[in-house]
Design a protein around this ligand. Sequence first.
Ligand SMILES: *Cc1c(COP(=O)(O)O)cnc(C)c1O
Length: 357
Amino acid sequence: MKKHNFYAGPSILPQYTIENTAKAIHNFADMGLSLMEISHRSKQFVAVVDEATALFKELLNIPEGYSVLFLGGGASTQFAMVPFNILQKKAAYLNTGAWAKKAIKEAKRFGEVEVVASSEDTTFNYIPKDYTIPADADYFHITTNNTIYGTEIREDFGIDIPLVADMSSDIFSRPIDISKYAIIYGGAQKNLAPAGVTFVIVRNDILGKVERDIPSMLDYRIHIDKESMFNTPPCVPIYAALQTLKWLKAQGGVEAMEKINIEKAGLLYDEIDRNPLFKGTVLNKEDRSLMNICFVMAEGYEQYEKEFFEFASERGMIGIKGHRSVGGFRASTYNALPKESVEALVACMQEFEKKVS
Ligand SMILES: *Cc1c(COP(=O)(O)O)cnc(C)c1O
């Protein structure tokens, strides 16, 4: 039976990425050696990092004056690395979910943190819009896609202070106006590569302004200077990321991705809104994520939750259980998820409706 992979992360990758990485694990760049056993300083691997950096810049149309880094430590290390490098006195944060909260917790170690708005009182089921960003803050931090709750900020807003974004789960899902951001970071394991590599896009002129001493491994300037080779980088995930970037380019880049993502998410949201058995958890349509689609059993059908989960699992739907803090279901529709998988899930929901009514 065909499996449809709706996992939230680590999550589906293009077949192209998996096949090429598997080949390189046996024989990398015709060296007769595995990608796992060659020096990161070999000219063949340096070429991989250079090409991945160049393609990253090309696909996201990154302007001059920005650096792209491939680091270890996950997005969670960035929660501390961002304030370590750029929080001098005060930072502003938007609290839109569990990841935002973790970022806030780490930033508090480095200075004053003003949480400008929060949707925690309603389990983060919307994006707050009514807030004022303090003009004296060193930066404003947002989480563009809230992987657990299925909300997303898809607008690159221009603000008067540096904007920092955790884009772990929606990078490369749409064109981004990079010039609006000072730092964008994320773990690669949602939309780009297997777990192990973290990307950072940083505007060079934001750095070097804090007074504190920064450990080398946590200093963006050192990684920029050493072109992501200060220490041994996660070679296999970087190689896989390069394959995904090549695949993205062949698909038509982020413009084409956005179009397909709108179509895929639209199919599923339409079914959730139409099918009387189900109910979306994000009520404002403009806040609905194109990457993680959360839904629960509608009133009067709550008792069918386990049965639908089993029904869908038997039909090849994998990874649709909602996060424990939201319950119900979550279907992640990342770039690599084919439209047929969304159609299969929609068909499954329709079949289940017929079965119980
Ligand atoms: C998954 C996720 C993280 C955590 O990433 P790690 O690489 O596991 O540290 C952070 N932010 C968002 C939005 C995520 O989806």
